[in-house]
Design a binder for this molecule. Structure first.
Ligand code: SAM
Ligand code: SF4
Ligand code: FES
Length: 351
């Protein structure tokens, strides 16, 4: 044990200087006994402060449709789930939500949905265009897989960023969990987005059934290889309405380790403290912010729709309205001695 901890201290010492860590070094940290993991979090926090500072960027998340043509095994809004009520905001409601978010002080909105056939690339492009005309917001899209040409239509309308998690780096596990998606096509989408000039966010869930520490280490290395502008990592939380209902979910500590190691590997990337972490522990997002994260994505979806975008149970903020969440999160950020950024929080990567 002493020996293992000495090795982990040495890796942390090295990480302060460079993000060039080997898979073995990553595995050492992932396998660090939970009760001794603070050194990993503290090291990531030092690197976070040096690389991206104390400011936390807020992105207002608009969940604008829970219709989805896909059936990812883990997801509560998968098309075949007949137990949930479906909703779709109108184009006007989406723009209106963005305008209100700007009034609440957000500088970025993230427009997210299932893969809803109603929302074609042209319709999404029109929403982005009008939002850009009416506000000075940065617009991030998170609406799934499209062709290069469709991504181009959305980019040309003014979209700045795109979030598309690869979910797992294991092609085999990806196949088992995605009956209607292909791992290589997902990676191609990420390449297309980058080629089109989007700031690209990707990431994965921690603790998917069948995930090993090896796969988790490979997930981290894939993020580094993709050199993403933003890395979104959250624990998998089993949903009762899916085939993975009885499975174990990911743990907060493993998700925190993944966030911390991501900070070590990707240095100045933006890393959110995700809603799923806040769901596992009331202090989950603060813990992530103190383990390498520098972004939070509070929900700005009108309150009446929130309960229908239930990817997993016990999701936080379901009964709160956007103004309440804005105040709540600011309090949490100040409570840990950090500040809320006033700028757009664009990528810090120089390409
Ligand atoms: N449909 C788009 C897509 O799949 O990229 C965007 C919306 S999707 C609901 C956003 C993310 O939710 C997914 O990338 C996935 O990682 C996460 N998610 C879905 N089900 C989850 C679960 N049960 N636990 C934790 N995260 C989940
Ligand atoms: Fe649809 Fe995205 Fe859920 Fe998959 S993860 S079922 S694409 S909303
Ligand atoms: Fe929504 Fe705290 S962020 S209630």
């Amino acid at each position: 044990m002493v020996n293992i901890m000495q090795k982990i201290y040495a890796v942390c010492e090295k990480a302060l200087q460079t993000g060039d860590l080997s898979k073995e070094e990553i595995l050492l940290m992932l396998n660090c006994p939970d009760e001794n993991s603070d050194i990993i979090f503290q090291t990531a926090d030092i690197i976070r402060k040096k690389e991206v500072g104390d400011e936390v960027h807020l992105r207002g998340l608009i969940e604008f449709s829970n219709f989805c043509r896909k059936n990812c095994e883990y997801c509560g809004i998968r098309g075949k789930n007949k137990t949930i009520e479906r909703y779709r905001l109108t184009e006007e409601q989406i723009v209106d939500t963005a305008v209100k978010s700007e009034k609440l002080g957000y500088r970025t909105v993230v427009m997210q949905s299932g893969e809803d056939p109603y929302f074609t690339a042209s319709r999404i492009a029109e929403i982005v265009k009008v939002t850009k005309e009416k506000t000075d917001l940065a617009v991030t899209l998170s609406v799934g897989e499209f062709s290069y040409d469709d991504y181009k239509i959305m980019k040309d309308s003014g979209a700045d960023r795109y979030l598309l998690r690869f979910e797992t780096s294991s092609e085999e596990l990806y196949k088992a969990l995605h009956p209607d998606s292909d791992f290589r096509e997902r990676l191609q989408c990420l390449q297309d987005l980058r080629a089109l000039g989007y700031q690209v966010g990707s990431g994965f869930m921690v603790g998917l059934p069948g995930e090993t520490m090896e796969i988790l280490a490979d997930n981290l290395l894939l993020l580094q290889k993709l050199d993403v502008d933003m890395a979104g990592i959250g624990p998998f939380i089993p949903n009762e309405d899916t085939s993975l209902a009885g499975e174990n979910g990911g743990t907060l500590i493993n998700a925190l380790k993944a966030v911390a190691i991501t900070r070590m590997l990707l240095r100045n990337a933006h890393i959110p403290a995700t809603t799923a972490m806040g769901t596992l522990d009331p202090k989950g997002r603060e813990m992530a912010l103190q383990s390498g994260a520098n972004v939070v994505m509070p929900n700005v979806t009108p309150q009446e729709y929130r309960e229908m975008y239930l990817l997993y149970p016990n999701k936080i903020c379901l009964t709160d309205d956007p103004a309440h969440c804005r105040g709540c999160i600011t309090g949490k950020i100040h409570g840990i001695g950090r500040t809320v950024s006033k700028d757009h929080g664009h990528t810090l990567k120089h390409r």
